[in-house]
Structure formats: C-alpha cells, structure tokens
Design a protein around this ligand. Structure first.
Ligand SMILES: NC(=[NH2+])NCCC[C@H](N)C(=O)O
Length: 227
C-alpha cells in the first residue's frame, strides 16, 4: 500500500495533511450538472479512500459550498463574459479558502466544477506559495482545453474558457467585483506554465499560446511520443 509517508514532498511542511475544498458551481458555462460533481465524488468514497488508503489526515469543513448567498440578483454580460459577477464572487471566496489551507503548508485538493473555479484554486495557492517559499508557483495544466481566452478572444463568453488568461494577467480588469481582486501575488507567470493533453483549442487561443511562447504538449504530441 502506498502511504503519504513514502512520499517525500519538497515544499510541504505538513505532508501528511490534505486540505480539501469542495465547491459545486456551474456558472462558468451554460449547462447545469457539473455543480453536482463534488457531492458525487464524496458520496462514492473519495475522501474516505484518501484517508484510509493513502493515510492522509483530511482538513475539510465537510461542506460542498454552493455560495448561493453570493449570487447577484442581476448579472448582465460584461466585455462579453457571461455571469461575470457570480463567477468573480465565487472564485474570490474560493481563493481565500484555498489560501487558508495552502498557507499552512499542506497539499490542497479542490473538488469542483466548472473549470472557472481554477481562478480561485490557482490564485489562492500562488499567493500562499509566494509567502511561504518566496517563489513563483509553476502550473502543469492537464486538459483538453487551454482555457486561456481573454474576454475579447472568447467566442462563447463562457468564463470556464478564460481562467488562465486572468491568472497570467493576459486578461485584466480593473473592476474589483469582476476579477479586479486578482492582484499580482495571486498571479502566475506564462514562463512557468505548461500544457499537457490539449486537443480542442480555439484559433484565438493558438495565437495567444504562440505569441507568449507558452509550452504545450497536445494529444498529437503525446500520441507521437508513445507510438
Ligand atoms: N473548461 C472547459 N471545459 N473549457 C472549454 C472551453 C471551450 C472554448 N474554448 C471556450 O472558450 O468557450
């Protein structure tokens, strides 16, 4: 059996602890459903297995947050983004929760949907890593999608396709209630970002990747490597 004690993490002061943050959210895109994922994973035993089989001590508030109280009455499109106030409010709250876990030196697992929540998970962790280790966090983004559209390059207006643009500062917004809360210490550098598994990227995203020299291994690259 693998246990946490067999792994020697270099950057964690509490390697046997796992911070868990669960958020059931679907406002970064138009279809309901993904918000049910965290509860489904938990009720099928994910957290029990992490504790009993991998030996992690879990630090979790036993809640799947839906942040209903943060939902605005009215959420008109802004710079083409859909549900901008809701996604910004949820990801800001999530960022704080993740930061509070990561600053303790424990690994953090975020369960969620949809992918707009990466704005919260990465911004919270990046800030904690800067404070704890005085360095920039690297990100390995394993996904079919690059999710690096700016509001202007996006063809859908869905914010789940934009998290990396806001996190790297390629997309910026002054309004505090629409991602203006993402400060420099929450951001990551395009130099420390690598994509693995891309297979569905928009034309605008291709241009962004090329112009910023972002490293990316597509599914095509992977198929070639293993062939
Ligand atoms: N996390 C995801 N499922 N992203 C899909 C993004 C699809 C498309 N590139 C868009 O920006 O709308």
């Amino acid at each position: 059996m693998t246990t946490t004690s067999m792994i020697q993490p270099k950057f964690l002061t509490k390697p046997d602890e796992l911070g868990v943050v669960a958020v059931g959210f679907s406002g970064g895109q138009c279809k309901p459903g993904v918000d049910a994922a965290p509860s489904a994973l938990i009720s099928s035993g994910l957290l029990t297995q992490l504790h009993e089989e991998l030996g992690y001590n879990l630090n979790h508030d036993n809640t799947v947050h839906s942040y209903k109280e943060l939902m605005p009455q009215n959420d008109p499109d802004y710079r083409g983004m859909k549900n901008p106030l809701a996604v910004s409010a949820v990801t800001q709250k999530l960022s704080e929760q993740v930061y509070n876990q990561a600053k303790e030196g424990r690994c953090v697992l975020t369960l969620g949907g949809d992918h707009s929540i990466a704005i919260g998970t990465i911004s919270g962790t990046a800030k904690a890593i800067r404070e704890r280790l005085g360095r920039e966090m690297a990100v390995i983004w394993v996904d079919a999608h690059a999710d690096i559209n700016t509001p202007e390059s996006s063809e859908s207006g869905n914010i789940h396709g934009m998290p990396v643009a806001f996190l790297t500062g390629l997309a910026e917004e002054k309004r505090e209630d629409i991602f203006g809360w993402i400060k420099d210490d929450n951001k990551i550098s395009v130099k420390k970002l690598v994509y693995i598994g891309l297979r569905d990227i928009d034309r605008g995203e291709k241009k962004i990747l090329r112009e910023n020299g972002i490293k990316a291994f597509s599914m095509h690259d992977i198929d070639r490597q293993v062939a």
